[in-house]
Write a protein that binds this ligand. Structure first.
Ligand code: FES
Length: 169
């Protein structure tokens, strides 16, 4: 990772926006990456504005990787005021906002954020064929508390792991 990108990530990490659970959220999405063990949960709350249902607020919790946290911080700001469809149209590199293009080894960090967003906004669209369970949970519990609960419990958290990266040469 180049120094410039590291500086921008460090800057975003200095004051991450929208960290934590969102009281009264309308949607929740959780994803995990089986390669690096990173997990991310996103909460979404909508509001009516100009006859449209738009994202009023989005928050997140994450374990580990600072790039994913930096992207989630930026993404939760960028999707404010967008409809679910508009937010769903955004790809990982757009969600990374001012961090700019990420190096290949960090692209999956932005994809983790994209996956959590998809899981929250369109649970059916985020289903991954090889995954054993659906991607989202309407639980409003925190990521850590929910992870400690048995996944078989009705209404408990279900985490879908993103597809691993394409095989490297
Ligand atoms: Fe895996 Fe960042 S290193 S999400």
């Amino acid at each position: 990772m180049n120094d410039d990108l590291q500086k921008r990530i460090t800057e975003a990490m200095r004051d991450p926006k929208n960290l934590g659970e969102l009281e009264g959220a309308d949607a929740v999405g959780t994803v995990g990456n089986s390669d690096c063990g990173e997990m991310l949960r996103m909460w979404i709350k909508y509001k009516q504005e100009g006859g449209r249902k738009v994202i009023d607020r989005a928050t997140f919790q994450s374990f580990g990787c600072e790039t994913a946290i930096a992207v989630a911080s930026l993404a939760t700001e960028l999707i404010r005021g967008k409809t679910a469809e508009e937010a769903l149209a955004m790809k990982g590199d757009e969600l990374a906002g001012e961090l700019g293009p990420l190096p290949p080894m960090k692209i999956h960090c932005a994809q983790l954020v994209e996956g959590a967003l998809r899981s929250a906004l369109a649970p059916a669209a985020s289903a991954i064929p090889s995954a054993p369970a659906a991607a989202s949970s309407n639980s409003t519990g925190g990521l850590l508390e929910n992870m400690l609960q048995p996944t078989e419990k009705p209404g408990g958290v279900r985490v879908v792991f993103l597809k691993p990266d394409a095989p490297k040469n």
